[in-house]
Design a protein around this ligand. Sequence first.
Ligand code: 5GP
Ligand code: ZN
Length: 113
Amino acid sequence: MSDCIFCKIAAGEIPSRKVYEDETVLAFYDLDPQAPEHILLIPKTHIASAAEITPQNSGLVAHIFEVAAEIAAQKGFADGFRVVTNCGESAGQSVKHLHFHLLAGRDFTWPPG
Ligand code: 5GP
Ligand code: ZN
């Protein structure tokens, strides 16, 4: 998607503070952190949201969760973190490219707002 900001970040056309990268997944720091650790995990291919997850692409999502667990272990917060994806404008999705927020470093309330 030529006008998608996360496709541009995945392609290296917009710089980001990378945490992890392989052929299919990129993790980078959020520009506007909501916790001491706030990392975004995205598939490099364009998937619009969690509503677009299918049997054909769900392996990529599983891989993203493996990467999230690796990052949590490496950064030392495996005992307490939250993974969130906002799907649709009413749920707060502002970038229409599937992404998972990996948040850590503070306590989180439940239920979320
Ligand atoms: P959403 O609101 O869609 O769930 O999450 C989008 C996230 O992307 C927000 O937390 C926002 O701060 C982050 N974001 C938006 N544009 C950029 C950018 O250009 N670079 C980085 N690193 N984060 C971005
Ligand atoms: Zn995209």
